[in-house]
Design a protein around this ligand. Structure first.
Ligand SMILES: *Cc1c(COP(=O)(O)O)cnc(C)c1O
Length: 434
């Protein structure tokens, strides 16, 4: 039940980990298990988890209700093709999603990952305009610093520099990029903040199917928290130019920002919305794309007559059952209080980082806490530094950030923020010395 040195050697030589070099891979930590808010390493060390396994394990690990949903569903069936069948797990989950999200979003496409749900969203937008007799609308407008996934369509709306678009430029769709909204949830927004968007819309609305955007927090592209006013203003301007709006809620959905969804911060509704990550509480992959009846009908009035997508594991009953239990547990919990508690603890605990020379910004919203430094961090060194302090955080680029499980208690949260501040000190000292 544990990895030998030869196994770890095999891992280094034969397995590709996320965003790592095959020639000089970053170190990996053998994990034996996880329970509550802790990851248990094979050597017995227990780490308080600041990442929630890439923002998905909102209730922590080894959650009795989710375990039960999985085993109960296994007794029924693990999977059945969704073409020509339906089943209770998928229907219940779709009922929940339709009920939880803004009223106009009525149709659910179950997808097998966040990236796929974004591909589906982009295709929906293009097929919609084809169905409405405007087939020239096949491009997208999107702010810089966005992240929407690693498949080619999704990549084409990710930040062009972070996503290294230059590598793929002949292959990848070319879209319109605007400056990202300025930082600050409480920032007062003026008309001038929309000049660039207005100008792209005025000049290119005939080519643009939709705006794609992560509401309120841009995640992996920079952990940038921005004003709901900006989001609302952007939606209004797109509407005025017959450009659809796609909200990518994969990172912020299911309570992360203190509201159930990013859209709940504003008084406007997207045409298409994607959810994923926290949807199964971190147990397995599942995502979904929701759209309005106007969109689903437009799509099906296009030449194809149907929506052109259908993954093998679409609507996987096991994943849907776990997701149902996850959402039920979330809704029955005091998640608003839990996230508010995280926000307070993060604000408090990260404040000392503000006075470190080399720290550019400290920002917090709900269960998102970020220290941004003025240099690219050494991921492996900082990770090792925090593991020594019993904390699991994975810094990248200029960011030492956390999106922990909602169940962290105040002592655990304090350990996490102390480790982050200490890592920021170390990183700034080292970069200063070099
Ligand atoms: C993670 C993420 C995705 C991609 O989801 P995967 O499940 O990794 O394919 C897309 N959009 C946002 C905002 C994300 O955070």
């Amino acid at each position: 039940m544990s990895l030998s040195d030869a196994d770890l050697e095999f891992d280094r030589n034969h397995i590709w980990h996320p965003y790592t070099s095959a020639i000089d891979p970053l170190p990996t930590y053998p994990v034996a298990g996880a329970e509550g808010a802790e990851i248990i390493l094979e050597d017995g060390r227990r780490l308080i988890d600041g990442m929630a396994s890439w923002w998905s394990a909102i209730h922590g690990y080894d959650v009795p209700e989710l375990n039960k949903a999985a085993t109960d569903q296994l007794d029924q069936m693990a999977h059945v093709m969704f073409g020509g069948t339906t089943h209770e797990p998928a229907v219940r989950l779709s009922q929940r999603l339709v009920e939880m999200t803004p009223e106009p979003l009525q149709r659910v496409f179950p997808a097998d990952s966040g990236s796929v749900s974004m591909e589906v969203a982009l295709k929906m937008a293009i097929q919609y305009w084809a169905g409405r007799g405007r087939p020239s609308k096949q491009k997208f407008v999107t702010p810089k610093f966005g992240y929407h996934g690693d498949t080619f369509g999704a990549m084409s709306v990710c930040d062009p520099e972070n996503g290294m678009h230059s590598l793929f430029s002949d292959f990848m769709a070319q879209n319109f990029f605007i400056e990202a909204p300025a930082l600050g949830y409480d920032r007062e927004v003026t008309d001038a903040d929309f000049d660039e968007l207005e100008s792209v819309l005025e000049n290119h609305a005939d080519e643009i199917a939709a705006l794609t955007i992560e509401p309120i927090v841009q995640g992996a592209g920079g952990m940038r928290i921005y004003s709901p006013q900006w989001l609302e203003g952007a939606v209004r301007r797109c509407r005025a130019h017959d450009v659809l709006v796609i909200f990518d809620e994969i990172a912020v959905g299911f309570g992360r920002t203190g509201e159930m969804f990013g859209v709940d911060h504003i008084d406007a509704v997207p045409d298409i919305m994607t959810v994923g990550k926290a949807m199964t509480g971190g147990y397995c992959t599942l995502a979904a794309t929701l759209c309005t009846d106007e969109i689903s009908h437009g799509v099906c009035e296009s030449e194809a007559g149907v929506f052109m997508h259908g993954p093998t594991f679409m609507g996987n009953p096991l994943a849907c059952s776990i997701s149902n239990a996850n959402i039920e547990k979330l809704q029955a919990s005091d998640w608003r209080d839990d996230v508010a508690r995280l926000e307070e603890g993060l604000r408090d605990g990260l404040t000392p980082a503000r006075s470190i020379d080399g720290v550019e910004d400290v920002r917090v919203l709900g269960g998102v806490g970020v220290i941004e430094v003025d240099h690219t961090v050494d991921t492996a060194a900082l990770q090792a530094h925090m593991v020594d302090r019993g904390v699991w955080v994975r810094p990248f680029s200029t960011l030492i950030y956390v999106m922990p499980p909602y169940i962290l208690n105040s002592r655990q949260l304090r350990d996490v923020t102390d480790a982050m501040v200490s890592a920021a000190e170390l990183s700034c000292e080292q970069s200063d010395g070099s």
